[in-house]
Design a protein around this ligand. Structure first.
Ligand code: KE4
Length: 427
């Protein structure tokens, strides 16, 4: 693969954009090389600025669950654009997507739209603090809830990729209110609660982690968190920015039958446009301004174009009762194919998978938390990443990410991906 134009564009971008990118993980720092500039995309395929076609397993880090340039979303945005792009006034479509989301997701009465997953999680934590009157939060090492100060304490995703989980600029005052727990370790959580009795407003978790690779919860972990939160008057926040509307219509709450107190969304809910949201029972959400004292606001919150894209996306998912089964079957097929190839080449690895989320870890230990995720052999991962890219397969440029399967992938695409893995390790 030749990346002449991408390289030139990257050099130009670096002159005016820090690191040449608007989000660090896009810079390929964990795998080396220069980032690929995309010209356009359709279905399961990216077309880069050098004319290469790539099978896409990132799909904008989750949103493109039905493939790029999905017609109903494209048409909805085009039609909406003709009527104006932003008003700063309430519009009917905000209510329409809110009603649909509330009908799809269990245990929520009201939802507030914002512009990113970060904003959704940041606002959910403020709401939990305002509702409980308590300051401290528990997050999990390796989980990423966006770049709000309270979360950049052993965050996942790009923060870990950079090996600097505790970001400069986060004050000691902020950091002292964020307690760090180990994922899948209920005893560790219980001991933190014991040591901070009466001070913890919420526990925020990726109920299926996707920012240290894909890590599902071990049996009874989520129920254990639910029980601890109920016992100690702590709100349980499910950060479903990745898993919402991806692992099931009702996300992880539906999949595992566990009720969170607040749920955060992003990615899929916006159909590829900037949308985040947080939702809960009315008695919690009614604490939000203008009804209640907890302030939260946004000029472009509920933007009509973003709402049109999100409504078209959620409508398509809501009307297709086979979508999540199809996605899970394609992901299982890919898992088995990759495992067969890696075993044939005696490559030490672990593959984690749940629904349409999957990640490959080059280590033989079970990957159940940040510590075990960090044991993966990054040299092998870099060889895998660049080898697959040369074969026309675009996977996450970091071992601390999950792949996102799109329904636009055909079994022929999956077979090409498996064959590409074989070529990488045959060489
Ligand atoms: P955004 O602010 O990037 O929309 O959402 C933050 C966020 C919150 N919660 C979870 C579980 C997330 O995965 C994310 C963002 N995910 C990363 C990918 N690991 C976005 C990619 C990027 O940072 O460029």
């Amino acid at each position: 693969m030749i990346y002449k134009r991408s390289s030139a564009l990257f050099a130009q971008a670096e002159q005016v954009i820090p690191g040449g990118v608007n989000s660090p993980v896009r810079a390929f720092k964990a795998v080396g090389g220069t980032p690929i500039f995309v010209k356009e995309a359709k279905g399961a395929y990216l077309y880069d600025e050098d004319g290469n076609q790539l099978i896409d397993y990132i799909n904008s880090w989750g949103p493109m669950i039905l493939g790029h340039a999905y017609e109903p979303v494209v048409n909805a945005v085009i039609e909406k654009t003709k009527k104006g792009t932003s008003f700063g006034m309430p519009t009917e479509i905000e209510t329409q997507i809110a009603e649909l989301a509330v009908s799809m997701v269990p245990n929520i009465d009201k939802i507030r739209f914002v512009n990113s997953g970060t904003e959704a999680c940041m606002s959910a934590v403020r709401l939990a603090r305002g509702y409980t009157g308590k300051d401290k939060i528990i997050k999990f090492a390796g989980c990423y809830h966006g770049h709000s100060d309270s979360f950049l304490i052993q965050a996942g995703s790009g923060a870990v990729t950079f090996g600097s989980p505790n970001s400069p600029g986060v004050t000691k005052g902020t950091a002292k209110d964020t307690l760090l727990a180990r994922y899948n370790d209920l005893e560790n959580v219980a001991s933190l609660i014991e040591a901070n009795q009466g001070e913890i407003a919420c526990i925020i978790i990726e109920p299926v982690a996707g920012n240290m690779g894909c890590i599902p919860p071990v049996a009874d972990f989520l129920q254990g968190l639910r029980d601890l939160c109920s016992k100690h008057n702590i709100l349980l926040i499910f950060d479903e920015v990745m898993t919402g509307f991806r692992l099931a219509k009702g996300g992880v709450q539906e999949l595992f039958g566990i009720n969170a107190d607040i749920v955060c969304f992003g990615k899929v809910i916006g159909g590829g446009l900037p949308v985040g949201a947080f939702a809960a029972r009315a008695e919690i959400m009614n604490h939000l301004a203008p009804l209640g004292p907890v302030y939260q606001a946004g000029t472009l919150s509920g933007n009509p174009l973003a709402m049109a894209a999100g409504l078209a996306m959620l409508t398509a998912l809501n009307n297709d009762n086979a979508i999540f089964t199809r996605l899970a079957e394609k992901t299982e097929y890919l898992h088995k194919g990759l495992a067969n190839v890696l075993n044939r080449h005696n490559i030490t690895h672990t593959i984690n998978r749940i629904g349409s989320m999957i990640s490959v870890h080059f280590d033989d230990s079970e990957v159940i938390d940040f510590e075990t995720a960090a044991k993966g052999n990054n040299e092998t991962f870099k060889r895998f990443f660049h080898g697959m890219l040369n074969e026309g397969i675009y996977i996450a440029p970091s071992a601390f990410e999950t792949w996102f399967i799109t329904d636009a992938l055909t079994y022929d695409d999956l077979n090409k991906t498996i064959a590409a893995c074989d070529s990488v390790f045959k060489a």
